[in-house]
Ligand binder design. Structure first.
Ligand code: NAG
Ligand code: NAG
Ligand code: NAG
Ligand code: NAG
Length: 428
C-alpha cells in the first residue's frame, strides 16, 4: 500500500494572513501580562562585524557544500509510505514523557494508522535511527530545542526515541521554569527544551501561563532567554505559529513593566524578520561553526478547514485518518511570505543554519493531529461535546507520530551526509 505524494515545490495556493486568525479560534484565552524588568535593547538594523578566521572557514565549507549541492539529496522531497511493520519507532505507552496533550490513544483515538507512515525521500533513503549511535554522538553535549509547543512536541519525540537505550537509573527529566532538561547520565548528555514562542522576548514567555490573545513581542530583545542557551552544542529553533494572530504584530520598544507603554504595530512579516535577525545575531556571536550546529525547523502546518483538501465544507481535521495525496498540497495555515522571510534571514547567517524544511511533508498529514483525543484545558460544554469538530485541535500532533519523522530528518541532517546515491540497503 503506497501513498503517492511526490513533493512538488511551490504549487500551493497563496492566502492572506487574515485567514490564519482561524487557527486560533479553538481556545479560550486568559490575558496575563508577564512582567519583566530587563535592560532595553533597541531594534537595530543588521549589524555586520568583522569575520573571524572560523567564520571564513565555515563560509568556505558552506560554499563547497553549495557547489556539490547537485549531489546532495533533498530529504524533504518525497512521499509517505504506509508501513505498519516499521512504524512507529516506539509505542505510546512505552514513553512516560509524553504530555497528556499528545497521548492520543490514551485519550480514546479509535484509529492508529497515523503512527504507521514512513517518510521516503525521492532521491535517497534516510539512515535508520539508532539511539545508541546518537547518544554516543551527544556524549558530553547539550542538544537544545528552543521555541513553542510544536518544538516541545519534537523535543518529547526525541526523548522518546532515545530513552529506551538508557537504563532507568541513568536518566532524569526535570523542569526549571522555561527550561526542561532530560539527562542521559552515562553519556553526560542532555536533551533540553526552552520555551520561547517568539524566540525574542514577549508577553507570552511564561512556560505555563501563556494563553494570551493580545500578543506583544520585543523583536530586538533576546538576552532574557538566550542567557539560558549558552553552552548548548546543538540548537534547534522554531517560531511561527505565535506570530500568526493577524496581519499585524504588536511590538514593544521599551521593557515590559507594570505599565507596558509605547506599543506600535508592524506588518507580521516585518516583525518576524526583525526577530529572526536578532536570533541570527545571537547565533553569530555565540555559536562556533566548527563545534556547534544550528538548526531551524520551518513552520508546522495546521489543518483547520477540510474544504481546502476537498472534504466537508464545514469540517476540519477531526475524523481524518489518512494523509492528503495531492502532490504539493499547501494549506491556508501556512504563509509563503513568512517562509520567504525565514529563508532570506537564515541563509545570511555567517554561522550556517541548517533548515529542517518539514512544512511540505507535514502539509500532507491532516490525519496526524491530536484532534479531540487529548487532555483538554478545561471542561467542555454539552454543546461542544455534541459537536466534536468545534474543539478539535488541528495544530498539535499525536506522539508517536509526525514529529518522530522530523527527528529522523534532524538525525540524518546533523550526523550524516546525504548524497543522492545513498544505497537502498541503508533503509529501515
Ligand atoms: C547502533 O549504533 C551503535 C553505536 O554506534 C552500534 O554499535 C550498533 O551496531 C548500531 N546498531 C545498529 C542496529 O546499527
Ligand atoms: C516610543 O518609542 C519611540 C521609538 O523608539 C521613541 O522615539 C519615543 O520617544 C517613545 N515614546 C515614549 C513615550 O516612550
Ligand atoms: C466521524 O466518524 C464517526 C465514526 O466513523 C461518524 O459517526 C461521525 O459522523 C463522523 N463525524 C464527522 C463530523 O465526520
Ligand atoms: C521549504 O520547502 C518548500 C517546498 O517544499 C519551499 O517552497 C520553501 O521555499 C522551502 N523553504 C525554504 C526557507 O527554503
Amino acid at each position: 500500500m503506497k501513498h503517492s505524494a511526490a513533493a512538488a515545490h511551490g504549487q500551493g495556493r497563496r492566502r492572506s494572513l487574515s485567514s490564519h486568525v482561524l487557527v486560533f479560534s479553538l481556545v479560550v484565552f486568559v490575558f496575563v501580562l508577564y512582567s519583566e524588568d530587563f535592560s532595553c535593547i533597541i531594534i537595530r538594523p543588521f549589524h555586520r562585524r568583522y569575520r573571524t578566521e572560523q567564520q571564513v572557514d565555515a563560509e568556505a565549507r558552506v560554499a563547497a557544500a553549495d557547489k556539490n549541492g547537485a549531489a546532495e539529496c533533498d530529504v524533504f522531497a518525497g512521499e509517505w509510505v504506509y508501513e505498519p511493520a516499521a512504524r512507529p519507532l516506539y509505542a505510546e505507552e512505552e514513553c512516560p514523557y509524553i504530555q497528556p496533550q499528545l497521548t492520543c490513544q490514551a485519550h480514546g483515538r479509535p484509529d492508529s494508522g497515523y503512527q504507521h507512515w514512513r517518510w521516503q525521500p525521492s532521491a535517497c533513503s534516510l539512515p535508520r535511527f539508532n539511539a545508541t549511535f546518537m547518544l554516543e554522538k551527544l556524549r558530553g553535549k547539550r542538544l537544545m530545542f528552543i521555541g513553542d509547543s510544536l518544538n516541545r512536541g519534537q523535543f518529547t519525540s526525541m526523548v522518546c526515541l532515545l530513552h529506551r537505550a538508557i537504563p532507568d537509573a541513568a536518566k532524569s527529566m526535570q523542569t526549571f521554569g522555561s527550561l526542561t532538561v532530560f539527562k542521559a547520565k552515562d553519556y553526560d548528555a542532555s536533551i533540553e527544551f526552552y520555551w520561547a514562542p517568539f524566540l525574542v522576548e514577549s508577553n507570552s514567555d511564561d512556560a505555563v501561563v501563556h494563553r494570551i490573545t493580545d500578543r506583544i513581542a520585543r523583536v530586538g530583545s533576546i538576552m532574557k532567554h538566550a542567557r539560558y542557551w549558552k553552552g548548548a552544542d546543538i540548537v534547534v529553533f522554531n517560531t511561527y505559529l505565535w506570530w500568526m494572530a493577524g496581519r499585524k504584530m504588536k511590538i514593544l520598544r521599551g521593557p515590559f513593566g507594570r505599565e507596558t507603554k509605547n506599543i506600535t504595530e508592524m506588518a507580521t512579516e516585518d516583525a518576524y524578520r526583525l526577530a529572526l535577525r536578532r536570533t541570527v545575531k545571537w547565533v553569530e556571536e555565540s555559536m562556533d561553526a566548527r563545534r556547534n550546529r544550528v538548526v531551524f525547523v520551518t513552520m508546522s502546518p495546521s489543518h483547520p478547514s477540510s474544504k481546502e483538501w476537498g472534504g466537508d465544507p464545514a469540517g476540519n481535521c477531526y475524523n481524518e485518518t489518512a494523509p492528503i495525496g495531492e502532490a504539493g498540497y499547501w494549506g491556508s495555515g501556512t504563509s509563503k511570505s513568512m517562509m520567504r522571510v525565514a529563508g532570506d534571514v537564515l541563509r545570511r547567517s555567517r554561522v550556517p543554519v541548517t533548515l529542517l524544511n518539514i512544512t511540505q511533508l507535514s502539509e500532507y498529514r491532516k490525519d496526524a493531529h491530536t484532534q479531540i483525543y487529548k487532555k483538554q484545558w478545561g471542561p467542555l460544554s454539552p454543546a461542544q461535546l455534541a459537536d466534536p469538530q468545534s474543539y478539535a485541535d488541528c495544530i498539535h500532533w499525536c506522539l508517536p507520530g509526525l514529529p518522530d519523522t522530523w527527528n529522523e530528518l534532524l538525525y540524518a541532517k546533523i550526523f550524516f551526509s546525504m548524497p543522492k546515491s545513498q544505497p537502498r540497503a541503508f533503509v529501515v
